[in-house]
Every structure is written in structure tokens, then in C-alpha cells.
Ligand binder design. Structure first.
Ligand SMILES: [Zn+2]
Length: 223
């Protein structure tokens, strides 16, 4: 028994989503890897038709393989959107074979595309975890990050520009204030000049008065 199991080019192992099937030997492109098998369910049989699980593999309108049995090692094979194997269905023989579509290296996980129906029902709601989808998500995340960084930089540039503008506005306001205070100073000077004019006028009036008085004095001297 161990000889036959070790002769198989795969083993069950831990994968991202739980368990998976991994190559233990190089597998050539286009070769049969494993059979997907289980009880045949007839859609015309009501009891069969009521069976529901994740391992149902429809062969034709009438026939479905229930692959949920433990012996069906192929049920460990996970889905991938860009797989290295495919499911080959022989409807007349009601047989499902998993076949490599690429050369598979030892240690590589074996996977095939479960089809759009399965994808829509089981994978899309939780998000497909296959390498291709993870890669896509990673790329999207990186793009989103780059976009965020760009937006941040733009906001920073804008804030800086605003700050510079505010600074310029402040400087302009300061300069204006300085100019107006200079005007005020010159206004003051004008007032001083006017005051000086007033003073000189007052002095002149005074001197005229005293002159009159002098004249009066002189008149009284003459009398
Ligand atoms: Zn995927």
C-alpha cells in the first residue's frame, strides 16, 4: 500500500484556504493526475436531487457525481482562476478526470477552474483566494495606496500654497500698514507746520499789538 501511495504524484497538504493537493513529483503537461469520483446522482431521482453539498460535480443534465466521499482525494483540489489543471468530463462513461494543462513542479499546488456557476455561488461571496485573484487584489491595493499617497501629496502642496499665499497676504497687509502710518506721520508733520504757522501769526499779532502800545506810549510822551 505505501508503495502505491508514494507512486502517486501528489499529497494532501496545507493550503491558503485549508487543505489542498500538491505535486510531489514533476507532472508533465496534458497527463491524467487523478479521477474525481463518487456516487452518481440522477436528477430524475427526487432523493438524489435533494442532495446538496460543495462537492457535486455535474456531468450532464441528468447525471451528477457526488464527490463528498472521503476516498475521493480529488475533492481536496482547490479552485484557481488561472489553474495548472482542468477537469475533463466524459459524459458517456460518466467519468471525471483531472488533467494537467501545464508542467507542474513538485511542491506546487494542483488546481483547476471550478466553473462560473461554482464561482458565483461559493467563491464570489467570500472572495476567491487563488493566486491570480490575490495578485489582482494586491495590485489593486498597491494602486489604491499610490492613489492615496498622490492625493495626500496634492493636499500637502495645496496647503503649502495656501500658507504661502496667507503669508504673502500678511506681508502685503503689513507693508500697507507701514505706508499708511508713514502718511500719518507726514500728516502730523503738516499739523506741526500749521501749528508753527499759527504760532508765527500769533507772535506777529502780538508784536503788532505791542507796536500799537509803543505808539500809544510815544503819543503820551509827546503830550
Ligand atoms: Zn481566483
Amino acid at each position: 500500500m505505501p508503495a502505491s501511495t508514494s507512486a502517486k504524484p501528489y499529497r494532501i497538504g496545507r493550503s491558503k484556504t485549508g487543505l489542498g493537493l500538491f505535486a510531489t513529483q514533476p507532472i508533465k503537461k496534458g497527463v491524467k493526475i487523478i479521477r474525481y469520483f463518487g456516487p452518481l446522482l440522477d436528477s430524475k431521482n427526487e432523493k438524489h436531487d435533494a442532495i446538496e453539498n460543495k462537492y457535486l460535480f455535474q456531468i450532464s443534465k441528468r447525471w451528477t457525481v457526488d464527490g463528498s466521499i472521503r476516498k475521493n482525494i480529488a475533492r481536496y483540489i482547490n479552485h484557481a482562476c488561472k489553474p495548472n489543471a482542468e477537469s475533463d468530463v466524459n459524459a458517456t462513461k460518466k467519468r471525471i478526470t483531472i488533467r494537467s494543462i501545464k508542467k507542474i513542479e513538485p511542491g506546487e499546488e494542483i488546481n483547476y477552474d471550478y466553473g462560473t456557476e461554482y464561482f458565483k455561488e461559493y467563491l464570489k461571496p467570500i472572495g476567491c483566494k487563488c493566486d491570480a485573484c490575490e495578485k489582482k487584489r494586491k495590485k489593486k491595493r498597491a494602486e489604491a495606496r499610490a492613489e492615496k499617497l498622490k492625493a495626500k501629496e496634492k493636499a500637502e502642496r495645496k496647503a503649502l500654497k495656501k500658507e504661502e499665499k496667507a503669508k504673502a497676504r500678511k506681508a502685503k497687509a503689513k507693508a500697507k500698514k507701514a505706508k499708511s502710518s508713514g502718511k500719518a506721520a507726514s500728516g502730523k508733520a503738516k499739523t506741526t507746520k500749521a501749528a508753527a504757522k499759527k504760532t508765527s501769526a500769533a507772535t506777529r499779532a502780538k508784536s503788532v499789538k505791542s507796536g500799537k502800545a509803543k505808539a500809544g506810549k510815544a503819543r503820551s510822551k509827546a503830550a
